[in-house]
Each structure stands twice: as C-alpha cells, then as structure tokens.
Design a protein around this ligand. Structure first.
Ligand code: NAD
Length: 366
C-alpha cells in the first residue's frame, strides 16, 4: 500500500566520464523500485570535480557538501582526478570533509559470470580518512621538504636522499579502533563469521603495528566472530588462491583500496563492484570503478556497479525490500546472460541503456 508521507531526498552527483550514464541507470532503477514499493524519491543534483570547478570555481563546492549534510545520503558517479598534477582527489577531500570513515566494498560471485572463484563472498572494509591517503605530502626540492628530511635524519639516524618527495602515513588509535569496531559491528549485523585484519606490521611497526594492535584489542569484545590477521602481500596471494577462506577484510586505507580492486576482479571486474562510504551521520554510495574516460558517452560500460551501489543506499535508508528487489533483478539479468555489457559478454554485448532496461523490467515484474 502506498504511504504518501514517505519521501526520501537523495543528493545526486553525476561525476565525470561515464558517471552520468551509470548514475542515470541507477537513478532509473531506484525510481522504479520506489514506485513498486510505494515511496517517493527526490533527487538533489549537485556538482563536484572539473565541472564544478568550471561552473562554480571550486572542485568541491560548499553547496554540495551542505546538500549531503542535509540529505544524509548521496549517490555519486566517479570523478576524474589528474595523475600527479592539478587538484588533489576530490573523492578523498569529500570523504574527509564528511568524515566518511568506512569504505565498504562487497565482492560476491553472481551466477552467470565467468570466474574461477565461484565461492567468493567477501566484504572489504577500508579505513577512509588516514594512512598515505591523508594527503600530507611534501614535494621534492621544496624548503619545507628539506627541513623535514633534516628533522627525520636527526631523530632517526637514517639517511634520506635530498631529492626525495615525502608522503606521511598517519595511523591513529582513534581511527584504527573506529574502523575495527565498524567492521565487527558490520560482521555481526550481517551474520558474518570472520574478520581478517590486513597489515604490514612486520615492516611498519609503528603505523601498521598500531592498526593491528587496536584491531586485536577491539576483537576481544566480539567473541562470536573469529579474528585473524594477514600480512598484505600474503593476503594478495591467499585471495588469488583460496578466497573462499575469507569473509570480512579489515584494511587500512591504501591496502583496502588495492585489495578491493583485486577482489572485484575475482568475481567479474570493476563493472559489477559497488561501494559505500559511511560516516556517523552521512553516507555516499558510489561504484568502485573510475570515470573510464575512453568510454564516455559511448553507451558501453556496465551499469551494475552503480545500480548495486544504489541498492546499498536503499538498504541504508531503510528501504530493504526495494534494495533486495534491485539486487535480485541485477542477479537475474546476469544469470540469464542475454542483456549484458561487453565486460560480461564476448559475443553481441548490449549497451549501458539496454542492460539497464532489462534490469528495470525485472524490478517492475516483482
Ligand atoms: P577506471 O575504473 O575508470 O577504468 C579502468 C578500466 O576498467 C576501464 O578502462 C574499463 O576497461 C574498466 N571499467 C571501469 N568501469 C567499468 C564499467 N562500469 N563497466 C565496464 N568496464 C569498466 O580506472 P582508471 O582508468 O584508473 O581511472 C580513470 C579516472 O577515474 C581517473 O581520473 C581516476 O582518478 C578516477 N577514479 C575515480 C574514482 C572515484 O571517483 N571514486 C575511483 C577510481 C578512479
């Protein structure tokens, strides 16, 4: 029965490259699911990245941040970040400004996808605000960099080449405990069995050592969930050989970023990998993939990652049955194997719009 008072306002950020195509696909799926389940959705469109810079003079306009604060949730397409020059990653800035400290990236096998890893069902939980991603960097040749090198040499007795650039890797007790608690709570709520902390504490004894120590300590409060740890290089090998042995992976920022792409590769690639950035008050849902500029406007890429991110958003705002229907519709289209994009189908693949239409038909037929 339709409940007229139920309306959700969601901030929508299209992003760059293929962003507008995949967010449009996800938006259509959410609207159809809302119609089926009797709630309304209003989209509050905002800009970030290059487009925002051109039109509003800032890559991350205050109005965008305010919109997400007001609406509490956003669906976001990927944003292009120039490599090694230009503005810093607007994604990183957004996560820091809204304190979206937990990045959740599920990687679950879906029937119909060619993969040697059919029993994979992983959730990567990545700390999202610290580590080498904190953006504390010193360029080579700058006077402050030389001062920092001098300071480090004096206090550690180690030599650092004078022409070095330096990035700092802050990992705090607060940040480590907060993400560890989030991972265990997430595991509890979803009846997961094991949390594996990923680190390189044998080499980075202070930073990764601290992350591991705090994770171990938090684990003591969750008796029903198994806890173990793995060194990141071994973790990569383990995931490629026997991913079925793992469940929830608790990672500092950089390892989490890399491992989540690896995990998405196990189950079908970036085209199907959704993600969520969650804070205490706000959450931004976005596909793991980037803006894939070469496919911009070509009706080519897989909309699944963004549609499944939107399903995670629906679940987050309490529309669980709608979320589940969207997810089931995606699975059903993939299992059938007809209306799939080039990354999932070698012969006669369809375009973004056609795959989206097939998914929408399934949502409507619920
Ligand atoms: P990318 O994810 O954009 O593309 C890598 C390759 O993955 C593509 O060439 C394509 O073959 C495949 N791919 C990506 N999305 C797909 C989809 N939906 N369906 C099918 N195949 C897909 O990574 P990149 O080329 O390293 O980055 C491009 C830009 O995106 C960079 O500027 C980068 O900084 C940015 N980026 C943004 C985000 C974000 O906004 N969250 C995340 C990652 C990268």
């Amino acid at each position: 029965m339709k409940n007229d008072s139920m309306k959700h306002t969601i901030t929508l950020i299209q992003g760059d490259g293929v962003g507008p195509e995949v967010t449009d696909a996800a938006k259509r799926c959410v609207e159809v699911a809302a119609g089926v389940h009797g709630f309304d959705v209003e989209w509050d469109e905002q800009l970030i990245g290059e487009k925002a810079n051109k039109e509003m003079g800032a890559v991350l306009p205050n109005s965008t941040v305010t919109s997400i604060k007001r609406n509490r949730v956003a669906l976001k397409g990927p944003v292009t970040t120039p490599i090694g020059e230009g503005f810093r990653s607007v994604n990183v800035e957004l996560r820091q400004r809204l304190d979206l400290f937990a990045n959740v990236r599920p990687a679950k096998y879906m029937h119909g996808i060619k993969s040697n890893y059919k029993s994979t069902d992983l959730i990567v939980i990545r700390e999202n605000t610290e580590d080498l991603y904190a953006g504390v960097e010193f360029d080579n040749g700058k006077s402050e960099t030389k001062e920092l090198i001098q300071f480090a040499e004096t206090f550690t007795g180690r030599k650092i080449r004078q022409d070095s650039a330096i990035s700092l890797k802050p990992i705090s007790v607060f940040g480590s405990r907060r993400i560890a608690k989030f991972a265990f709570e997430y595991a509890m709520q979803r009846r997961r069995k094991k949390v594996t902390a990923v680190h390189k504490a044998n080499i980075m004894k202070f930073t990764d050592g601290l992350f591991l120590k705090e994770a171990r300590d938090v684990a003591k409060s969750y008796h029903s969930i198994e806890f173990e740890d793995k060194i990141v290089d071994n973790m990569c090998m383990q995931l490629v050989v026997k991913p079925q042995l793992y469940d929830v992976l608790l990672c500092p920022n950089l390892y989490g970023d890399i491992l989540s792409d690896l995990c998405s590769g196990l189950v079908g690639g970036l085209g199907i990998a959704p993600g969520a950035n969650i804070g205490t008050s706000h959450a931004v849902f976005e596909p793991v993939h980037g803006s894939a500029p070469k496919y911009k406007g070509k009706n080519k890429v897989n909309p699944t990652a963004c549609i499944l991110s939107a399903a995670m958003l629906l679940e987050h705002i309490g529309e669980r049955t709608a979320a589940s229907d969207v997810e089931k519709a995606v699975k059903s289209v993939i299992k059938e194997g007809k209306s799939l994009t080039y990354d999932l189908k070698d012969k006669n693949p369809v375009g973004t719009k056609q795959m989206t239409n097939a998914i929408i038909k399934r949502i409507e037929s619920k």
